[in-house]
Design a protein around this ligand. Sequence first.
Ligand code: ADP
Length: 334
Amino acid sequence: DRLVSAGAEDAERAAEAALRPKRLEEFVGQRVVREQLGLVLEAAVARGRAPDHVLLSGPPGLGKTTLAMIIAAELGTTVRVTSGPAIQHAGDLAAVLSSLEEGEVLFLDEIHRIARPAEELLYVAMEDFRVDVVVGKGAGANAIGLTLPPFTVVGATTRAGLLPAPLRDRFGFTGHLEFYDDDELEQVLTRSARLLGLDLHRPAAVEIARRSRGTPRIANRLLRRVRDWAEVRGDGTLDRAAARSALEVYEVDELGLDRLDRAVLQALCVRFGGGPVGLTTLAVAVGEEPETVETVAEPFLVREGLMGRTPRGRVATTRTWQHLRMRPPENAPT
Ligand code: ADP
């Protein structure tokens, strides 16, 4: 959402949904998770039983929602979608749970943001396939236990570490999604171009892949921006020159860093002299929530060696100074 304005968001979401792989074999990369999850699903199908609950963790845009849909497809069942922030009361969750059909997949996005009272209800439902519904009020209130048909929760979180241990323990399988390498992103782009009927030149795919922050969602988004540029400013050809020009217009730099990434690095070096600086202070400086900085910007910056984490806070690295074309102060903690 950081590359588009709010008004365009629905169109972007629809475009995204159209490009989702439908089956596990179409899902690019993530070899380990794909193999492990494949086994879990195949075994469940062979037994004719719902598989263990599945937890997927990793930064935004790496394929958690896509995998949840794939899990349902591989099991030959349907998926019900909700999210942590949508469940503020235990009753919200009870209503969803009690309407589940046998074998259905319940996708709980941003599961770490589910409200406390609902969390307790979720433990019991996941463990014992039971939900206690309170009927009536005051002295006459009564808890009625409902038995639920077997179902599978697929939880997604940008931070597995934020989940309370009892909730984490109820997932029989946890898959951690990693950033994609350039070859994998090129495969994602080639596949998307084919689905969209676009003639994407290989050097253009290489260029876009290299600047997609290791993230399929960003790769697909940049592909659409390059197409826009080629149709409006160019002659419709999706070649390397078109890719470079479009990426320049959208201020995606050589490393694929976007505005938030750059703001974080700027603040780290310019305002805080290279750190160490605490996460919250850094977030305030760029006008974002600490959680956004920590889950959206930081994982990629750390992976690229552009930011270090120390017990005393975030620090700039030699590479950070180089990237910003700045000279580190004498006492900078690189
Ligand atoms: P998340 O739920 O982790 O934020 P999504 O599952 O919504 O991410 O993925 C974002 C987009 O990226 C999807 O629309 C999908 O088209 C694409 N995508 C993600 N992972 C893959 C993959 N492994 N192969 C192909 N496309 C992918």
